[in-house]
Ligand binder design. Structure first.
Ligand SMILES: *[C@@H]1O[C@H](CO)[C@@H](O)[C@H](O)[C@H]1NC(C)=O
Ligand SMILES: *[C@@H]1O[C@H](CO)[C@@H](O)[C@H](O)[C@H]1NC(C)=O
Ligand SMILES: *[C@@H]1O[C@H](CO)[C@@H](O)[C@H](O)[C@H]1NC(C)=O
Length: 318
């Protein structure tokens, strides 16, 4: 049952979203400065680190393999996958999104192990959702652990820049302490490895994926605006691949990724340093800036979907 108050709240949040997206068109806000984590790792080229996943005819490598474009046309989307799986680390790509009308188009940069663990997979997602108003792409983030697909832990954001005009960095910290989603080095979401998250915290090696696909069913206004191929093909470009993780391999795992004498379950964090273990005060302020101005959906505020909110929603601010 939806109460009158909930209805009113919904209408109010809708109006504030509209106002926010209208004001965004007129000025580009300047985000707070945070540590440039993406400067600390070497850039990889495609070959050696990644391989085509599907739609090879729609994948183009340029600049000597340091840049890759993925295309969606009437025949197919496309995607690539890391050659290795990783257990914890820092993972990043700079992405430039398709210009023009892009409703229904989804560009994803994510980690998953659904192929290795079809029934209890883990996943950490950046999903960029197209829009009929060109540059107004939305960013959706999500986390699944141990097959917890019954609970979608989505959070959605508007971006404070035009993601189709230039490349922007989308990065993930994933370690035993927390998962942090960063956009241009600004944390937008933190998921602590808390007791409340329990098995929903991703805790098995995952591969890195990037894909472009037709999300007509749900991506834009809940599916009301499907992909219109008149505006295609849709091209997303990727570069600045950063992969600083513990490469996981049944035979190498024991020595390179875990404390000696312990079995596969206790991985070492491949990246040391305070900024990876805990958000600094500056990173906290940056995250609050993004969340207060640009977050327009958090599952932790969705009482119509979760009459009893997932336990981790009691921690932190949403
Ligand atoms: C392209 O990459 C290869 C292998 O990384 C390197 O040996 C070669 O010098 C590069 N060529 C150019 C033009 O950058
Ligand atoms: C795992 O590591 C071993 C030893 O380094 C190597 O021979 C093997 O090819 C690797 N397997 C995969 C799937 O990467
Ligand atoms: C994560 O844990 C840290 C340290 O306990 C805390 O300061 C922070 O607010 C927590 N973040 C969230 C999103 O709950």
């Amino acid at each position: 049952m939806i109460t009158l108050t909930q209805r009113l709240l919904f209408v109010l949040s809708f109006i504030s979203c509209m106002a926010m997206s209208m004001s965004m068109r007129h000025n580009t806000p300047i985000p707070p400065t945070t540590a440039r984590l993406t400067d600390r790792f070497p850039r990889l080229v495609f070959d050696g680190a990644f391989s085509d996943l599907f739609g090879s005819q729609n994948i183009k490598k340029t600049s000597n393999g340091s840049q890759v474009s993925l295309m969606l046309d009437k025949t197919s989307g496309s995607g690539f996958k890391s050659n290795d799986a990783y257990y914890y680390g820092f993972f990043s790509a700079a992405i430039k999104l398709p210009m023009d009308y892009s409703a229904g188009v989804v560009v994803a940069f994510y980690m998953s192990n659904s192929e290795a663990y079809p029934h209890n997979h883990d996943e950490i997602d950046f999903e960029l959702l197209g829009h009929e108003k060109r540059k107004e792409w939305a960013l959706q983030t999500n986390v699944y652990g141990d097959g917890s697909t019954g609970i979608g832990r989505e959070e959605k954001f508007f971006l404070w820049f035009d993601p189709t005009a230039d490349f922007h960095e989308y990065s993930l910290i994933w370690n035993q302490h927390h998962i942090v989603f960063l956009v241009d080095n600004l944390p937008v979401r933190e998921v602590n490895h808390s007791v409340a998250m329990a098995r929903a915290y991703p805790s098995k090696p995952m591969s890195i994926y990037s894909t472009i696909w037709d999300g007509s069913q749900w991506a834009t206004h809940g599916g009301k605006k499907p992909v219109n191929y008149k505006f295609g093909p849709f091209v997303a470009s990727f570069k600045n691949f950063l992969v600083a993780g513990c490469a996981w391999n049944q035979t190498k795992a024991a020595s390179s990724c875990t404390r000696s004498g312990q079995s596969g379950s206790l991985a070492l964090d491949p990246i040391e340093g305070d900024e990876f273990v805990k958000l600094s005060a500056e990173q906290q302020r940056g995250m609050e800036w993004v969340r207060s101005k640009f977050m327009f959906y958090s599952y932790c505020n969705d009482l119509s979907r979760f009459p009893v909110l997932p336990p981790e929603c009691k921690e932190g601010k949403h």
